[in-house]
Ligand binder design. Structure first.
Ligand code: DC
Length: 213
């Protein structure tokens, strides 16, 4: 009897503005897989707590907010707000909240998916057939964010964005539970001097190799 192939899961981790979201969306379209940006789940919890005037370190309130999340209705545009991102990185340090969100995220991935975040290859989907760790220098990432902010007509300086990215990196990498780190078996894609097309082609090749295995 031929071995049953597991549903394909692609785990993509990396710091803010590394290009992992764009890469994840393109891979999901290419391989016709559902896509979850797990950062949105942390953002949605933070946004709910802020809307209800709750302290961002109130773990009970955070768990309640997580339990009422509906992954089908996460509003990417609203949640992309910079200030919500900063609040999300604060709520993301709470272990019981993380456990709640990880359960929700694993449920999404059961039939195969492209998942992006900080702890997908290490914690959420450690058995993913393909793991990518997408990174770039803090300066390159700040430059990209600055261009996006400028294109939207919003005001923010490159120096402020760079400082913010460094703070967020430090918080995401130094927390005790599920810090941002490359899984031992993840492929490193450094996009500092690489355009998205090149990054996509190398990621696509890695997925095809895993599928053919
Ligand atoms: O990727 P993002 O900027 O939307 O993520 C917002 C915050 O959520 C980020 O600072 C850290 C946290 N996060 C996390 O801890 N684990 C994930 N899997 C995804 C995001």
């Amino acid at each position: 009897m031929a071995a049953q192939k597991l549903p394909l899961t692609v785990a993509i981790d990396g710091p803010a503005a590394s290009g992992k979201g764009t890469l994840a969306r393109r891979l999901a379209a290419e391989f016709d897989l559902p896509y979850l940006d797990t950062g949105l789940t942390y953002r949605a919890v933070a946004a709910k707590m802020q809307a209800e005037d709750q302290a961002l370190d109130d773990e009970g309130a955070a768990i309640k907010a997580a339990q009422s999340l509906d992954l089908a209705t996460l509003d990417r545009v609203f949640l992309s707000d910079h200030q919500i991102g900063a609040a999300a990185s604060k709520v993301a340090v709470m272990p019981k909240l993380r456990a709640e969100l990880v359960t929700l995220q694993r449920g999404f991935a059961v039939k195969g998916a492209v998942m992006d975040g900080r702890d997908i290859g290490t914690v959420v989907c450690p058995n993913a057939q393909v793991k990518l760790f997408v990174t770039a220098s803090a300066e390159a990432r700040a430059e990209r964010r600055f261009k996006e902010v400028e294109a939207r007509g919003d005001a923010s300086s490159y120096a402020d964005i760079l400082r913010d990215i460094r703070q967020r990196d430090a918080r995401d990498s130094s927390r005790s539970v599920s810090p941002l780190e490359k899984a031992a078996d993840a492929h490193l894609i450094d996009t500092t001097n690489m355009d998205i097309e090149t990054a996509f082609l190398s990621a696509k090749t890695l997925v095809l190799q895993a599928v053919e295995r």
